[in-house]
Design a protein around this ligand. Structure first.
Ligand code: SDX
Length: 428
């Protein structure tokens, strides 16, 4: 006998099915609520609303658990390359040697963008935000591959996914070169995904950049940690756009736009800006913490807090440990890291943050590593986007393969003016 919930309203009683996930998350299924009762539910910001059944990522925000397709993020961050992890997120299983080699071949084969695309970069002003360029160019690349709409054939979808993942990375590197007035650097056939990105970013025609293996590993791990995160703002956006049967490029481009906001993927850049301001002010971190708590300054402790995690974001712990390793390897002492650690220590002892269950999230330390690698500040959110592409692709496909797929179309409660007559301008 399946479990049910009861709703009493207007002297009537409604019985609603209860749904349990494989990790015992429980939901009241309100799919038929409106048809049976005329009622809808209201949940501003969707804090209590499940938009879908998904088999990709599981988060337990109270225990600080994150798993992709059942594998713990700590294991994947330690053992997995980004290409291997992307394959797992998109296809549901860790690839065997042959599958991984084929995926890597496709990533290599599709690492170029059409030569005609290079002129598109001319159209952007020199200080164009890289996230604007990325979103625009992803859609532009889609114009050269209109056929990328196949979803139900694994081989075709693998190629489509490799195409999008590889070209997003190349577009990012090209936009960086463009912003510096340097010639774009073509991908090398002998380098894997992450090393090729660093090559395209930092090589010069007269001086090839040989990526350091530890740095490649650190960046690979950052992208593993960003690969997916269930129904976050940008992933929900990709699902929303995909539900209208828009193609993969258009859906991923929409995800880039949603990720750009400082409350979401833009936070990694905002954290560094916050740390830099604190450093420049010469103030003790306690002063900044007091300003955040006073609320009148509207300052947030960027990189802290999370809608789902009411405990440590497991990704923040991993990135923090990697910070120390990467900076030691590069022989860098970054005063911003010291400030970040002081902020974390102060916040974790402060009732304001404890009572609101505010802990460091994935963005709090990631910028320190990207600075050390030489990624410019305005490219930090682009780096987040590159990492999140596999998760967006996996969610897009999950929407499209859903046999009961319907266009996403939430309801609302109208609170505007009630019916009124038009007033000609002569009488206004
Ligand atoms: C990402 O969803 C995902 O999974 C996202 C992500 C992913 O992988 O896709 O994990 C990536 O986006 C991480 C979050 C990056 N953003 C930031 O670091 C920006 C700073 N954080 C906040 O903006 C905030 O914590 C959010 C947006 C992350 C979460 O916001 P919520 O869930 O809407 O929480 P809230 O605004 O309702 O806050 C509850 C209380 C409020 O105080 P009171 O009204 O109760 O007095 O906590 C306060 C907030 O003012 N608060 C903060 C704070 N975050 C929340 N106060 C100071 N500093 C903060 N960072």
């Amino acid at each position: 006998m399946s479990e049910t919930a009861r709703l009493e309203y207007g002297g009537k009683s409604y019985t609603l099915p209860v749904v349990h996930g494989t990790e015992n998350e429980t939901a009241v299924d309100i799919s038929n609520l409106r048809a049976e009762s005329g009622l809808i539910t209201l949940d501003d910001g969707y804090g209590n609303t499940g938009s879908c059944l998904s088999a990709i990522t599981y988060i337990d925000g109270d225990k600080g658990i994150l798993r992709y397709r059942g594998y713990a993020i700590e294991e994947l961050a330690e053992q997995c390359s980004f290409a291997e992890c992307a394959h797992l997120v998109m296809f549901g299983e860790l690839p065997n040697r042959g599958q991984l080699d084929e995926f890597r071949r496709l990533l290599r084969v599709h690492s170029f963008i059409h030569e005609d695309m290079r002129h598109h970069f001319e159209g952007f002003p020199p200080n164009a935000p890289p996230m604007a360029i990325l979103s625009a160019m992803i859609n532009a690349v889609g114009c050269f591959q209109p056929e990328v709409t196949v979803v139900d054939d694994d081989a075709n979808f693998l190629e489509a996914a490799a195409r999008v993942m590889s070209k997003v990375r190349t577009i990012a590197a090209y936009s960086y070169k463009k912003s510096r007035g340097e010639p774009v650097i073509y991908p090398r056939a002998d380098l894997r995904y992450t090393a090729n990105f660093l090559h395209m970013m930092f090589s010069k025609p007269y001086e090839p950049f040989e990526p350091d293996n530890d740095i490649v590993r650190a960046l690979d791990q950052i992208w593993v940690l960003h690969a997916d995160h269930e129904q976050n703002c940008s992933t929900s956006t990709v699902r929303m756009v995909g539900s209208s049967q828009a193609n993969l490029f258009a859906s991923v481009a929409a995800g880039v736009c949603a990720l750009w906001g400082p409350l979401h993927g833009g936070a990694n850049q905002a954290v560094i800006e916050m740390l830099t301001q604190i450093q420049a002010s010469g103030e003790p971190v306690s002063k900044f913490i007091e300003r955040v708590k006073s609320k009148d300054s509207k300052s947030l402790l960027m990189g802290f807090g999370h809608r789902v995690y009411r405990n440590f974001d497991p990704r923040a712990k991993i990135i923090k440990a990697s910070c120390d390793k990467v900076l030691a390897k590069l022989g860098i002492h970054d005063p911003l890291l010291d400030i970040a650690k002081q902020l974390e220590e102060a916040a974790l002892r402060d009732e304001y943050f404890i009572s609101r269950k505010l802990y460091p999230n994935v963005d709090f330390y990631s910028g320190i590593i990207m600075r050390a690698i030489g990624i410019p500040l305005n490219m930090f959110t682009v780096m987040f986007a590159i990492g999140r592409v596999p998760g967006w692709i996996a969610n897009w496909r999950e929407v499209r393969l859903n046999p009961k797929a319907r266009i996403y179309r939430p309801r609302q409660i109208y609170v505007g003016p009630t019916a009124r007559e038009y007033v000609p301008i002569s009488r206004r």
